[in-house]
Write a protein that binds this ligand. Structure first.
Ligand code: HSE
Length: 404
């Protein structure tokens, strides 16, 4: 029998408890033995919970119980969760988490600690919620040289952009709706400013390219600057605006990782990834393009990925599953300085001003555009610095990369 302790009884933790106990016999069959939920750690009281007898408030109860094999950390953040994860691994327990902030900031240290202790640190649920991506990337695609990963990694912002595109809501209206539906937090900044997607692309980069990339090395732009005017111009060009996390292996080996809204063609598979869904595209030298699609957040989808990690460890207890990479450093990531793209530009300017600044462009139109506004797609590819230099005399309101 394998015993599990869950840290944090929030949305994900309670989902894990529900799935673990609700599917007990099929999990036992697939994991070659019973997987029992022994403890739940939370500072709050849950007297009405069906798991009321399993709650503890003191982490040392779990840490010092030799019967606990696997700790599921669903506390979130990188303070208490970091302390408990270190202590659980040091005590010889495997740890499973959905905590992308912790993996993105301390993943190298924690995977090393797991390796030293001969246990596992698994985090399938930290990227893409219920979508299998960490295991496919690290195992099924392992024979490939990964060239690029990009995708819609945040469900909340995808919902907001979808509502702006399909219902004509403003950013503020769409955000309020996302909050009403429980997708966006009361403080939505981690989602709308791109930090959540940034953490996820850091984790994917580490798995795909083999070195830790820290969030502060990843230029990150959210969707707060995207307006209905931009949505309309994009539509007129046969494109949609999507927030993408992107990581590209550059010829010198460094990784160009960043998060930004992009214009993507309506025929691109990611253009059909709407609402709170996520879609992740991986390009390998042998396989070409592979795409992963599904529910990137939510109680049961996330619990599905967490419990699968628990089962994987239970099935292979005593055999460490290595998920690790080399340390990061200033040379691991190179920013976006070298990355040339076509661009979408909206400016308070005449069309002629855009044309003379940018050379060949495709001018765009939208209903109700003021006379002093112009927008275009560049035909040429420019780095951000080149674009800014060319547009130095122009009142630019929005500039977004166009995905090739
Ligand atoms: N806030 C995240 C999202 C939750 O909207 O995608 C899953 O990481």
């Amino acid at each position: 029998m394998v015993n599990v302790a869950i840290l944090g009884f929030g949305t994900v933790g309670s989902g894990v408890a529900e799935v673990l106990t609700g599917h007990e016999s099929s999990i036992a069959q697939k994991a070659d033995g019973l997987v029992k939920l022994k403890y739940i750690l939370d500072v709050r009281e849950f007297p009405e919970s069906p798991f009321a007898d399993r709650f503890v408030k003191d982490f040392s109860v779990i840490e010092s119980d030799p019967e606990v094999d696997i700790v599921v950390e669903t506390i979130g953040g990188a303070t208490v969760a970091l302390d408990f994860t270190r202590r659980a691994l040091a005590a010889g327990k495997s740890v499973v988490t959905s905590n992308k902030e912790l993996v993105a900031t301390h993943g190298y240290e924690l995977t090393q600690l797991a390796r030293e202790k001969g246990v596992c640190y698994l985090f399938e649920a930290s990227v893409g919620g219920g979508i299998p991506i960490i295991r496919p990337l690290s195992q099924c695609l392992a024979a490939n040289e990964i060239l690029e990963i990009y995708g819609i990694l945040n469900g909340t912002t995808n919902y907001i952009l979808t509502r702006m595109i399909k219902a004509g809501l403003s950013f503020e209206q769409a955000l309020a709706e996302a909050q009403e539906k429980g997708y966006a937090e009361r403080d939505p900044s981690a989602d709308v400013e791109g930090h959540d997607a940034c953490r996820k692309i850091c984790i994917l980069s580490a798995i795909a390219f083999g070195r830790h990339i820290y969030p502060e090395q990843v230029p990150t732009q959210g969707i707060t600057g995207v307006t209905l005017a931009d949505v309309d111009y994009a539509e007129g060009a046969g494109k949609k605006i999507k927030l993408l996390g992107r990581a590209i292996k550059m010829p010198d080996g460094a990784v160009c990782a960043y998060v930004a809204p992009h214009l993507i063609d309506v025929s691109h598979p990611l253009a059909g990834v709407d609402d709170v869904f996520n879609g992740i595209s991986v390009r390998g030298d042998a396989i070409g393009d592979v795409m992963f699609y599904g529910r990137g957040a939510g109680k049961l989808p996330t619990a599905s990925a967490v419990v699968a990690d628990v089962m994987d460890i239970a099935r292979n207890l005593g055999h460490r599953k290595a998920l690790c990479w080399a340390p990061g450093g200033p040379d691991a990531a190179c920013g976006t300085g070298q990355l040339a793209s076509r661009w979408y530009v909206r400016a308070d300017a005449r069309a002629e001003a855009l044309r003379s600044a940018l050379g060949e462009v495709k001018l765009l139109a939208r209903p109700g555009a003021p006379a002093e506004e112009a927008a275009c797609l560049t035909e040429g590819e420019f780095t951000q610095a080149q674009l800014e230099e060319k547009l130095s005399g122009v009142e630019v309101r929005c500039a977004l990369r166009v995905l090739n």
